[in-house]
Design a binder for this molecule. Structure first.
Ligand code: AMP
Length: 443
């Protein structure tokens, strides 16, 4: 017979979740309405020993657990890959995201469920949500997986985006290209004479780390570029002999730099952001980050932070949300958001009082947020990603201000294997250390 201590905790009542806007097969013509605000979801009540379920078991899951275990919570991961790295820091349940029964069974054993990569099947998040609370709200996942919807939401909360057009078929390319370079495009651009000719075509869904997108500098290149995208998506539906691929065509932005805002919202609406981060990408993959970013006026920063606050509030959000933006002559253009902890926030592990990982766990478990400021004595933190081949870990570990974070993954071209955070009292010193790391990597 069970003792009272062994009796299962009562689960919250099933919630009326606003989800009819997303079709069960994720069909592209169904969109999340961007003219309403979603209700705050019922709060999760923190209790020691509670189980956090994570859809996905990669390095972000691993780092969530490393930050969350000291808070007294346990982690359980769901992933199709039996060798997923997070298996070392929590129980791993192996299953496919489209296996509804497996996802539901997993969720039933958890007190709260989150996700650690943004291409998690939205349906899987909804199925889990039938049995336990999923944070951040699956609605944010759905919007974040679709570049066209994402742009509408950015505009709703007052964030400008690069001029763009929706295209689905090869026959639409020339007209879209022309309109983005004609009156329509130019009208939206401050100082447009400095904007080079060219666009980026990005698939609305499924792209990440530079995949699913192609740069086109002239009209003549459009057919070849479209062909290249089609080859990446062999299963696209067809119209005649041509595939239909839902894409956005976006003006090539002559950005001065790229930045991100890592924000976090608790279930009671408490909201905070980390110092804005400056990011350097190569080949569409993040290479280095540095915080706090320099060169933005307080007004521009405040506007972006207010937009992040409103976006998370609209979604009834709990957890970390990252927004990536281009800086063009001191102004910001929003590129995309990720409803999860983000690579450009990894520096917070060593540079901030509370890391993005701990704050995500706090937020989804119903705890108050921790301070997001730089740690006392630290003026800046630079992060260097370890990508591709075996990094010289021993040599990097000799650097006094370098903190190595390895993920335990096998080397592979373009794969993120770890990162190094370099803290310092000033930008100059943090950057000096990060440059030494980069030199050891041969960058
Ligand atoms: P994304 O997948 O949208 O994050 O794009 C990956 C990277 O490609 C960005 O971080 C930029 O460096 C670059 N990029 C994306 N969109 C544009 C654009 N419209 N203009 C110039 N560069 C872009």
């Amino acid at each position: 017979m069970s003792t009272p201590e062994e009796l299962p905790e009562p689960k919250p009542e099933p919630k009326p979740e606003p989800k009819p806007e997303i079709s069960s097969d994720g069909s592209p013509d169904q969109t999340v309405r961007d003219d309403i605000t979603f209700e705050q979801r019922p709060p999760t009540e923190y209790k020691p020993g509670m189980v956090v379920g994570v859809l996905g078991a990669g390095q972000l899951g691993q780092m969530l657990a490393l930050a969350g275990l000291p808070l007294g919570v346990r982690f359980r991961f769901f992933d199709p890959e039996p060798k997923s790295v997070a298996r070392h820091v929590g129980e791993l349940v192996v299953g496919e995201f489209h296996d509804r029964a497996a996802v539901e069974a997993f969720a039933k054993g958890c007190d709260v469920v989150t996700y650690e990569f943004e291409n998690v099947l939205v349906d899987a998040a909804h199925w889990a949500d039938l049995h336990t609370l999923v944070h951040p709200a699956p609605i944010a996942l759905a919007v974040g997986q679709d570049r066209a919807q994402e742009k509408k939401w950015f505009e709703r909360v007052g964030l400008a985006v690069p001029p763009y057009a929706l295209v689905e078929h090869e026959s639409q390319l020339r007209e879209a290209f022309a309109s983005l370079h004609g009156a329509l495009g130019e009208a939206k651009l401050a100082g447009s004479s400095a904007w080079p000719q060219g666009v980026v075509i990005k698939t609305c869904k499924g792209g990440y780390d530079g995949k699913g997108q192609v740069v086109v500098r002239s009209e003549a290149e459009l057919p070849r570029a479209w062909q290249a995208l089609c080859e990446q998506l062999p299963h696209a539906s067809r119209m005649g002999s041509n595939p239909i691929i839902r894409c956005i065509m976006e003006r090539l932005v002559p950005f001065d730099s790229e930045v991100s805002i890592i924000s976090v919202r608790a279930q009671d609406g408490e909201f905070d952001t980390y110092p804005i981060t400056h990011n350097v990408h190569k080949g569409g993959i993040l290479r280095r980050s540095s915080a706090p970013a320099e060169g933005l006026t307080p007004e521009v920063e405040a506007g972006a932070i207010a937009a992040a606050r409103e976006l998370t509030a609209c979604f009834g959000y709990a957890g970390v949300l990252a927004i990536e933006l281009f800086v063009v002559r001191g102004m910001l253009l929003a590129n995309e958001f990720a409803p999860r902890v983000h690579n450009s926030g990894h520096w917070t592990q060593d540079g901030a009082i509370t890391s993005q990982f701990e704050n995500h766990v706090r937020a989804i478990c119903g705890l108050p947020l921790g301070p997001t400021a730089l740690r006392p004595g630290i003026g800046a933190c630079d992060m260097v990603n370890l990508i591709g081949g075996h990094p010289p870990v021993a040599a990097i570990a000799c650097l006094p201000a370098a903190r190595v974070h390895m993920y335990g993954k096998e080397p592979r071209a373009g794969r993120k294997l770890g990162h190094v955070n370099c803290v310092g009292p000033s930008h100059k010193i943090a950057k000096f250390q990060a440059d030494r790391v980069a030199a050891l990597l041969g960058d």
